[in-house]
Each structure stands twice: as structure tokens, then as C-alpha cells.
Design a binder for this molecule. Sequence first.
Ligand code: DLL
Length: 427
Amino acid sequence: MECSDRPTMRALQLEKLKKTVKHGYENVPHYRQSMDEAGVKPEDIKTLEDIRKLPFITKENLAANYPTGLFAKPMTDIVRIHASSGTTGKPKIVGYTQSDLDMWGECVARGLTMAGAGKDSVVHVSYGYGLFTGGLGAHIGAEAIGATVIPMSSGNTQKQIMFLQDMNSTVLCCTPSYALTIAEGVKKAGLDPKALSLKAGVFGAEPWTQGMRDKIEEGLGIKAHDIYGLSEVMGPGVSTSCEANNGMHIQEDFFFPEIIDPDTLEVLPEGEKGELVITTLGKEGMPLIRYRTRDICYLMRDKCSCGRTTVRMSRVFGRSDDMLIIRGVNVFPSQVETVIAKFSELTMNYKLYVGRENNTDTFALAVELAEGLAIDDIGFVEAIRSKVDHALRDMLGIGCKVRFLNAGTLPRSEGKAVRVEDTRTLG
Ligand code: DLL
């Protein structure tokens, strides 16, 4: 399927889309109601383009149907539950049938294979296990290819490094921020990353930049791959980057992607940046029809040197809803990260603080200096401050107050890094 020609793929997608829409309409009150309101029936889906007649589903709809209102199968057919945090304080609950789990395993297996993993690999999974889909998602894919899986979960970095060494792990799966924490631990332990057996990493669950990828690849002596997914839709493995490292191949026989303008909700021409909308093809437990992911990216259909013909999505630039608006300017944390990565004097451990004083937004960055550099070296700190200030202003179009910290001061991430503290909404 990953190398199929376009007509074959489109024919399969249409067949699965028709089934999904019918399944949703017949079994989920929300879909029946929203489609009735939009005046569209499952029989109206005759071409793939007809998907545009269907209403979107949003995370607010998920919250309104908490906990299991969107399940399209009875609980007796649901064999697994996962959840992720929702905006309203209640989690988003997702249910999987056995067939959904098999499909998930297939998707992650394809992603791990893109990273060179196979039956001989030792896959060290440091995503959290539990309701979060990272741990069990990477796990199910590694099992599907017959690799040896080490279900480490996250945390206890020293123990992680011991297992990486002693079990000759070849593939590491975790968040990019935790990969950096592990790389830092390897360095601190005085180990040469080349002495580890690690060859590749499959990192995702949070936005990251090329600069961060370079640091991880160098720090662990591996090739880093990007894996994307979200709990509502399945978990990791919706798309993964291949050896060409030029976008993530979407598993198109299981997911139909569209890019929309988040303001007008119009579908954008292919190649334009906007919000990713996903329709699941074949998922039984909780089918999602035109789910607004809020993730900002673009699609690429030009030929990939790896030979796969599936459409690729760019890295995720941020979310249309976690975008910060500071003094009227849209700011993505990833833009700040790109600036930080350009300075060898800085580490990728940083935190952004947004607040309000005298009716004006305040914006500050705390970032750690590289090992061996000290914040009390005033001359050095002032020189670097001026360079970082300029680079941030150039990138963001607004000023940002920079505070330097000694290496090792900020709390280390073991899962998704919390990069922003925005106190404006609290008062
Ligand atoms: O983070 C699933 C996952 C686990 C993906 C492990 C990859 C690896 P949620 O907790 O529901 O699910 O969060 C989903 O995380 O909408 C994106 O905003 C972000 N995200 C996930 N993967 C990437 C990535 C998992 N590779 C949300 N790059 C998504 C950037 C990502 N952002």
C-alpha cells in the first residue's frame, strides 16, 4: 500500500470512506445529527471530493460526547481504552476494537520500518505507558514486526541508559525532549554515544525543530525520525518520516488528510500551510470524520526518494490553538526554538513566560547556557544576550526578555515538555 499507484489508492480510500460515513451515520447519534443538519446522507458520498460536503468534528464535540458518546461499537467489542487531556478538564476517551488495534500495529510497524527497524531490532520504548498512546502504540508496532521490545516507559534516565547499554538497544522511541535528556545523561556519564548500539530514534508527540533533530542525532549518534499521531485518531503512527527526512508519509489507506484554512474552514490547495483535518478510514470503535486536529502543517505529493508514493505532511509548525498572541503578534514556541538551536552557547532546555503588566503583554525566555559557561561571566553574557535578542526580534517581530540560567537548572522533561507558562488567563 505504501508504494501503490494513485488510482488504486484513491479507489481504496473512496470505498473505505463510504463505509466509514455509513458506519458513523448509523451508529453515532452525533454524526447522524450533524449530517442531517448539513443536509447530507451517506449515499451522497460518490467521489473523494464529496467529503467536503460533510461537517467537521472538533475537540469540543468530543468533550460534549464525553465519555463514550462517539463510540460506534458496543462496549463488548471495545478491547482497549486510551485517553488524552481535554480542554475542559475532562479527558478525551478513545475506544479500540481488536481490528483497530491491528490497524494501529500495522501503522506503527510501517513507521518503525522507515527507521530501519526489523525483526533483529531491540526497540527501547521510553514513551509513557498507560492512558497516553505513546508507550503502548510504539509497543504494538514493534511487536508487529517481531522486534524485541523493552517497555521502559519514561523517567529514571540513569536506568534508561543502563538498559540502552546492556541490552544493546538499536531503536529508541520517546519524545524529542526526552531524547535530549537521555543524550545529556549519556554525556554526563562520560559515555561515547558511538559505544551504544543505537542506530535510530522514532520521536514525536510534541513539535520539534530541525535544530533539535541535529542536537539529538549528534548527542546519541543516531538518525532521528519524526512520528506523528494523536489519541483521538489512533495514537502514534498516523505518519512517520522515512530515511529521506523530507516530511512524514501518511498511512493513506487508513487516514484521509485535508488541509483547511482555520478561519474560513475552506480546503486549501495542496502544498499550502493550514490546519490538518483527518478522516479515519476503516476504524471501527471511534471513527472520526473530518476531525480538526488544530495542527498546522502542509502536504507534499512530489516523489520521495524512498520509493513510497504516499502523501507526506511537513513537520508540525505548532497548533492553531496553542499559538500565542503576544502584543497582537502570533508567536509559535517552535520559532523561539529555531533561534535557540542556532547558538552553540545555549542548550535546548528553555521555557517561555507570558504575562501581563500595566495592560501590556510581557514575554520572557529562560534558557540554559551550555555546559562550562557561567551566568556570572558578565562580559560574555551581555555579548550573547545582544545576539540572542536580535535573532529573536528578527524571527518573531517582537522583543523578548531573555534570562540565562546555568546548565542543568530547568526541570528535565520525561514526556511532553511544558514549554510555555502563560499566566494571562489566570487572572
Ligand atoms: O502525542 C500521540 C503520539 C505519541 C504521537 C507518540 C507520536 C509519538 P496526544 O497526546 O493526543 O497523542 O497528542 C497529540 O501532539 O495533535 C500534535 O499537536 C502533537 N504531536 C504529536 N506528534 C507530533 C509530532 C500523541 N511528531 C498532539 N510533531 C498532536 C509535532 C506532534 N507535534
